[in-house]
Design a protein around this ligand. Structure first.
Ligand code: FES
Length: 145
């Protein structure tokens, strides 16, 4: 049911963890399954993503897609990172079963939420970036878990 790449990224996820003093942090949740994904970005003065880490409290497909997403955004500019859609992440993983497509959307939204946080902190606008609708970052600041 799952490709070898999905299994590999699920069993050996890359870039798990946190970045202290990250340039941007985004947390998104899927209300239906209750899964949560948090993405940390370290962005340099040229708006290039130097490092990316994640924490996912969710299903195996969510872990695999967040792992692959972190690999894809590293070294990209913030604008290039915006073009990494959930489809691109799924393709890089050689596909996901249809019932698991929504899990890959969390990865795309987590990147966007972290970029949104970075833009807000630096008072800049990133062309084409909208605040993801499942961004739950603010709720969490009040309610640590
Ligand atoms: Fe919730 Fe996969 S089932 S993210």
């Amino acid at each position: 049911m799952y490709s070898e790449k999905v299994m590999d990224h699920f069993q050996n996820p890359r870039n798990v963890g946190e970045i202290e003093d990250a340039s941007g942090v985004g947390t998104v949740g899927n209300a239906k399954c209750g899964d949560i994904m948090r993405m940390y970005l370290d962005i340099d003065e040229n708006q290039v993503i130097r490092d990316c880490k994640f924490k996912t409290f969710g299903c195996g497909a969510a872990v695999a897609t967040s792992s692959m997403a972190t690999e894809l955004v590293k070294g990209k500019t913030v604008e290039e990172a915006l073009t990494i859609t959930n489809k691109a992440v799924m393709e890089a993983l050689d596909g996901l079963p249809p019932v698991k497509v929504h899990c890959s959307l969390l990865a795309e939204e987590a990147i966007h939420a972290a970029l949104w946080d970075y833009a807000e902190k630096n008072k800049i606008t990133i062309k084409g970036l909208k605040k993801p609708k499942n961004d739950i970052s603010e709720e969490e600041e009040e309610e640590e878990y």
